[in-house]
Ligand binder design. Structure first.
Ligand code: ADP
Ligand code: MG
Length: 685
């Protein structure tokens, strides 16, 4: 049970003033459901504004606060903006410009002849200075002047900076004082503020000490939890699985296994034969052939008379795994089933029955396969695919269904740098598929300026005419960003206008049935062009798709581009990847794209990505998807994780499993970051 001290932090957001049911959806999109989440919703950046005596001091592009007297309202001509002419103390005139509906409010806020304090960004408009959509307008100097350093929060549609800022301010007031869980020596050395102070400071300005402390907390919680899982795993008994090879002998694969596959299977076989539950990570670049390794592992379990489960992160992937595995299993007599959250009624009952009586030997599915209502006769191996998207520990907890802890094989296609492996998986055994199946052709990767869109469309037309398929990827940094979504939709419309019904669309905001239907159309070859956001990033396998166009490639991280590109080059035909780039590129972006052209080695790209992302570009870029962390950036992970890891080990080993005052504080930390499965293990193990 969660310690009472933390209760105020887990109160629902609706308890905050001004937050009602209407905001629930937009808040949920940002993961903000409780006070704790709001307190940890840190600003991306801060706008620094200078208070000016008059506009002579202003430079274009600068954020300022200045007092202006309103002189004239200029009604829009046609579809143009509404303009307000205003004058500073020195008689300089500047234009305040409003588009669309904002003009109505502006008209009221800026009556002619009145003095107003205005905060905004200075632009040039012809000969005149202008401020487009001032961020603050007030008759009273205190309000805008109070915004000399204003937080800019990540938003979702339906939320404003003002609203989120007010929520954060309220949330920060309710924070309890918590005992220190960080080692006193480290606090002394770094000068980090205490927890509560760190949170307040992180909302008030770009305070590196405060941010580091908060990141460290998150890393420490994660390291502790992973270590607790590992310790408890070591202490548990699993079922030793020894197969006689009969089923594996019946597999009729159209290829010979690579050396790396043979080695990995042998390593897994060795682990499975032990009573201690396996905890192994299978790391292999896209296309390295992890599926067949997983299949061999699962067949060992079945040969030994037990059941195996494969957990996929999405329904699309679960379905695809199911299809692939079913095909490979033909003629072996092994019963395999697919179970997702969408299965209802009789079909679902039949599967549940099969799992309970053991007639289904392998099940593939989403997290639905571990719901309480699903019982297994003898589940002894769980394969978790692509689970860098979840925290591994939580998944491990989820899989503990029976009296015995199942063996676990985690698979990831993300070649992550070594530091991150430790961050995400703790100290797991690792098998690496460092050898691609033979006959793979290099993917011809080119960087193309977006101005050459017509050429690209022409190339696409010729490509489709040969009967091969193609992907068109639109950037979507965050699936809630309406602008990106609109861009993807309109690109789809444009391509459909040119290529007709052979174009399909998938993005994260479509209903799952519609998404699946589009994917299936593409997988079956009925659609030749799939327009998609990054939802296709993981796992999708259509060997006939041999061209990929990635729009605004500079907006993607290297690791992500690599993942995406791995969707092509899966068949025997030569594949091409066109990276469309915008007109203005930062030096880092240029280097990134060049690297993509030069190498196809995911591990090299991952290490380089980490290096290139150092410095300013990283601050404020949330690393969602890349890491299991919400606070810690890649840079902080690199810097602080080794410390957190050692500290966690000391805490557990020296203090005998979180006893003593610091151990108590560390438990609070685990609850705070919802790594409390770690604490639960401590109790049961
Ligand atoms: P990933 O590691 O990305 O999950 P898959 O398991 O999907 O890779 O394999 C990618 C493709 O390579 C599949 O079409 C699979 O059938 C094929 N493949 C796997 N192993 C070999 C091999 N040893 N030789 C040739 N093709 C292989
Ligand atoms: Mg795969």
């Amino acid at each position: 049970m969660r310690p009472e001290t933390l209760n105020p932090l887990f109160v629902d957001v609706e308890s905050l003033e001004g937050v009602g049911p209407k905001l629930r959806k937009p808040l949920e999109k940002l993961g903000l459901t409780r006070i704790r989440d709001v307190a940890y919703h840190l600003p991306d950046r801060f706008v620094e504004r200078r208070v000016l005596a008059n506009l002579d001091e202003a430079s274009v592009g600068e954020n300022v606060i200045v007092a202006l007297t309103v002189r004239e309202h200029r009604a829009p001509s046609g579809r143009g903006p509404f303009r307000v002419l205003a004058e500073d103390a020195a008689g300089n005139v500047c234009t305040l410009t409003y588009f669309g509906r904002a003009s109505y409010a502006a008209k009221k806020q800026l009556p002619i002849g009145e003095l107003r304090w205005v905060a905004g960004r200075i632009d040039q408009y012809g000969q005149m200075l202008q401020i487009v959509h001032p961020e603050h307008v007030s008759p009273d100097s205190a309000a805008p002047i109070g915004q000399q350093c204003e937080a800019v929060y990540p938003l979702s549609e339906g939320l404003t900076q003002g609203r989120v800022g007010a929520m954060a301010a309220q949330a920060l007031k309710t924070l309890p004082d918590l005992p220190e869980w960080i080692e006193p020596g480290l606090i002394a050395k770094t000068g980090w503020p205490a927890w509560r102070a760190a949170l307040s400071e992180a909302h008030r300005g770009m305070n590196a000490l405060a941010r580091d402390r908060l990141a460290y907390d998150e890393l420490l919680a994660n390291a502790l939890a992973l270590m607790l899982v590992r310790e408890s795993n070591r202490a548990q008994r699993g079922t030793p699985l020894v197969g006689d090879g009969a089923l594996r002998g019946r597999l009729r694969l159209p290829f010979a296994l690579t050396g790396a596959q043979v080695r990995s299977i042998a390593e897994i076989e060795g682990d499975l034969a032990q009573a201690a539950p396996m905890l192994r990570l299978l790391q292999g670049d896209v296309g390295s052939g992890k599926t067949v390794v997983a299949l061999n592992a699962m067949l060992i379990a079945v040969e030994a008379g037990a059941q195996a489960a494969l957990l996929a992160p999405t329904e699309i992937l679960a379905r695809q795994h199911f299809d692939t595995l079913s095909r490979m299993l033909q003629g072996t007599g092994v019963e395999i089933a697919l179970l997702t959250g969408r299965d209802k009624g009789r079909a679902r009952e039949a599967i549940l029955m099969g799992l309970l009586d053991g007639s289904i030997q392998i099940v593939v599915g989403t997290h639905a396969i571990f719901q309480d209502s699903v019982a297994y006769r003898n589940l002894a191996l769980v394969v978790i695919d692509e689970q860098h998207r979840f925290g591994v520990g939580q998944r491990l907890m989820l899989t503990r269904k029976g009296r015995r802890v199942p063996h676990t094989l985690a698979m990831t296609a993300t070649p992550i740098p070594r530091t991150l492996t430790l961050a995400q998986y703790g100290e797991m055994e690792v098998s690496k598929l460092d050898e691609l199946p033979p006959g793979r052709q290099a993917i011809d990767t080119r960087v193309v300026a977006v101005e050459r869109m017509d050429d690209v469309a022409g190339a696409l037309a010729r490509h489709i005419a040969t009967g091969q398929q193609a992907y068109w990827v639109c950037p979507m940094v965050n699936e809630s960003e309406t602008e990106d979504l609109a861009a993807a939709e309109s690109r789809y419309a444009a391509l459909q206008a040119r290529f007709g019904d052979t174009v399909a669309l998938v993005h994260g905001q479509l209903r799952p049935e519609i998404k699946d239907a589009a994917m299936e159309r593409f997988a079956r070859g009925e659609a030749s062009l799939l327009v998609a956001t990054t939802v296709i990033e993981v796992g999708v396998d259509v060997p006939n798709a041999t061209l990929m166009v990635i729009e605004q490639a500079e907006r993607f991280g290297l690791a992500q581009l690599h993942q995406l590109r791995g969707r092509v080059g899966r068949g025997s035909e030569k594949s091409t990847c066109l990276l469309l780039r915008g007109a203005q590129l930062s030096e880092t972006a240029r280097q990134r794209l060049a690297l993509m052209r030069e190498t196809q080695d995911g591990f090299v790209l991952a290490e380089e990505d980490l290096k290139l992302r150092g410095g300013g570009e990283l601050l404020g870029t949330r690393q969602s998807g890349d890491t299991p962390f919400r606070i810690a950036t890649l840079e902080q992970i690199t810097k602080l994780l080794p410390l957190a890891h050692d500290d966690a080990r000391l805490l557990i080993e020296r203090d005998g499993g979180l006893a003593g005052p610091r151990g108590e504080a560390a438990r609070l930390l685990l609850y705070l970051f919802e790594r409390d499965w770690g604490v639960q293990l401590l109790r049961s193990g």
